[in-house]
Design a protein around this ligand. Structure first.
Ligand SMILES: C[S@@+](CC[C@H](N)C(=O)[O-])C[C@H]1O[C@@H](n2cnc3c(N)ncnc32)[C@H](O)[C@@H]1O
Length: 268
């Protein structure tokens, strides 16, 4: 199955993770990302800008989400993990949770098929090929256990109505848990029609929030915990090559850029 539209957005993130792995001190150090990227596109790092590290902010985001996930799983060894819009990300292998954790990787069927071709099967890890907004997939997941919900690079591609239905349905389905995801600002959402990656893949953002903590108002059991920096993340400024660091430092002088993406943690 050929990937179409928003499904293709998995590739710049995968490429950023692959390139990160070649840094002297990688942020994420994901060997699988590099291997899968090379198989998908052997010349992915050829060309003028191909090996530039401009995507490293997304890698810093993945690192935060991994660290938050590890924290939660250390205290909840009976958790159910829902990794929504998983793309070809290898989080379950990076985190390597104990067998007591049931992990679900969900994305569109075409992406899940591709995943099956490039990442090995794993016990206690189930692939679900579904549109995340068709909430019948939730019936396939065991209830009554703590849930860790991770949506990396997904929420901006959903409408606000769909995000609301997704969040409230997931909170309603589990007794307790954490929800980790990133959002973009209203101006980044509106400006996404000019974004070269979005244009190339015909995948625009469909929602944005200037006060994402207020999403907690959508459900009485949902509470905002905290957020982590992305475009000005310390690990990005520490590990990125000097040219990339300089560029981010310059762009971060523009407050609307610095705050254009937010990485958020909620509890319920
Ligand atoms: C930017 S990519 C991020 C992939 C992965 N989370 C990562 O960080 O490497 C966005 C992913 O969300 C998926 N996606 C977008 N809308 C979706 C939907 N309605 N249902 C399921 N998956 C969706 C896309 O197919 C794509 O794999």
């Amino acid at each position: 199955m050929e990937l179409v539209g928003v499904q293709k957005t998995l590739s710049p993130v995968l490429k950023a993770k692959a390139l990160d792995n070649r840094l002297p001190a990688p942020i994420l150090g994901d060997v699988r990302a590099e291997r899968v990227m090379r198989r998908l596109d052997p010349g992915y790092d050829k060309g003028i800008f191909a090996a530039s590290q401009l995507g490293l902010a997304a890698v810093a985001r993945a690192k935060v989400l991994d660290d938050w996930a590890r924290d939660f799983l250390a205290d909840h060894r009976d958790a159910v993990v829902l990794n929504l819009g998983c793309g070809l990300d290898a989080r379950v292998y990076r985190i390597d949770p104990p067998a007591t954790v049931e992990w679900y990787d969900l994305d569109y069927p075409a992406v899940i098929e591709l995943r099956g071709q490039h990442l090995p099967p794993r016990e206690h890890c189930t692939l679900i090929g579904s549109d995340v907004t068709d909430l019948t997939w939730l019936e396939r997941v065991p209830r009554g256990r703590p849930a860790l919900v991770i949506a990396e690079g997904l929420v901006p591609y959903l409408t606000e109505d769909d995000v609301r239905r997704l969040l409230t349905s997931v909170v309603g389905a589990f007794p307790t848990g954490r929800m980790l995801f990133d959002t973009v600002s209203v101006s980044a959402w509106r400006g996404s029609r000019w974004d070269p990656i979005g244009r190339r893949y015909n995948a625009r953002f469909r929602c944005g929030f200037d006060d994402p903590a207020a999403l907690a108002d959508w459900h009485p059991r949902l509470h905002y915990l905290d957020e982590a920096p992305m475009n000005d993340s310390p690990v990005l400024m520490d590990r990125a090559p000097a040219t990339t660091r300089r560029l981010y430092r310059l762009l971060n002088l523009i407050p609307s850029f610095r705050r254009s993406s937010r990485i958020l943690r909620f509890r319920f």
